[in-house]
Write a protein that binds this ligand. Structure first.
Ligand code: PGA
Length: 263
């Protein structure tokens, strides 16, 4: 199976010229390694500048780091699904924990974004994951139980009403399991625990949300040294990479490894 790797550039790099250089470098690596699916999520301001570079190649897709739920209206600072469609964006990240934490995004807002983005025809990457509170439970079985419970409740709120959307639309949903304590800390979750959580999420997506073949990624301190530990499991469909995605050497190595784990 082809693995999906999403590079989330967060708030970097500081200029469009640097963003173009970084993307061009990624493209070169991808051309050499045709397996796997690569998505680059730059800040909004670079999307139109990068779309011309991406459209010359079909191997890399563009993603946005967020989207608003309305297509028009007085919403200062927001970016609509229609605007993203016109910038050749195929993927949209929704509900990243940094937006939940620093910008006060609620599950209700995230739910509206998920539904609007799916309706607009995007592949939606919904981020879920438990906070550090769960990590303090020392017993692994009990910790996993608490984490699963947290993620199940989060999915219930974020995916409210998704059953009513058309089958094809529902199946454009991708979930990224990102335990908050693993993001940007350099300490990823245990691959075996991630596998177990992803199996759990997939079962929920099939039985409760009627998805056919759900895709679930792992995110949280993924880099070239540890990505193979996750991709080796067939249940883990790929990774959401943050910090490492701004380092060219890391990107090159990650794409090489992804290629090896994709068939
Ligand atoms: P990280 O970020 O790879 O820097 O931990 C992951 C993410 O924010 O999705």
């Amino acid at each position: 199976m082809r693995k999906l790797i999403v590079f989330n550039w967060k708030m970097g790099p500081p200029s469009l010229a640097q963003a173009k250089r970084l993307l061009t470098h990624n493209l070169q690596q991808t051309i050499k390694n045709k397996n796997g699916e690569i998505v680059i999520c730059p800040p909004f301001i670079y999307l139109s500048g990068l779309s011309s570079v991406v459209s010359r190649q079909s191997l890399v897709k563009l993603g946005a780091q967020d989207v608003f739920w309305e297509n028009r209206g007085a919403y200062t600072g927001e970016i609509s699904p229609a605007m993203l469609k016109n910038s050749k964006v195929d993927y949209v990240i929704v509900g990243h924990s940094e937006r939940r934490r620093h910008l006060g995004e609620t599950d209700e807002m995230i739910n509206k974004k998920v539904l609007a983005a799916l309706r607009a025809g995007f592949k939606v990457i919904l981020c879920v994951g438990e906070p550090a509170r769960e990590l303090r439970i020392k017993n692994n079985e009990l910790r996993m139980k608490a984490a699963k419970n947290y993620v199940k409740n989060q999915l219930e709120r974020d995916l409210r009403g998704i059953h009513n959307s058309k089958f094809i639309i529902r199946n454009s949903l991708i979930v990224a399991y990102e335990p908050i304590w693993a993001i940007g800390t350099g300490v990823p979750a245990e691959p075996e625990n991630v596998r177990e959580m992803i199996q759990f999420i997939k079962k929920l997506l099939i039985t409760n949300y009627h998805l056919l073949i759900p895709k679930v990624l792992y995110g949280g301190s993924v880099d070239s040294r540890n990505i193979a530990d996750f991709l080796k499991y067939p249940e883990i469909d790929g990774a959401l990479v943050g910090g490492a995605s701004l380092k060219s050497a890391e990107v090159r190595d990650i794409i090489k490894i992804v290629s090896k784990h994709s068939t």
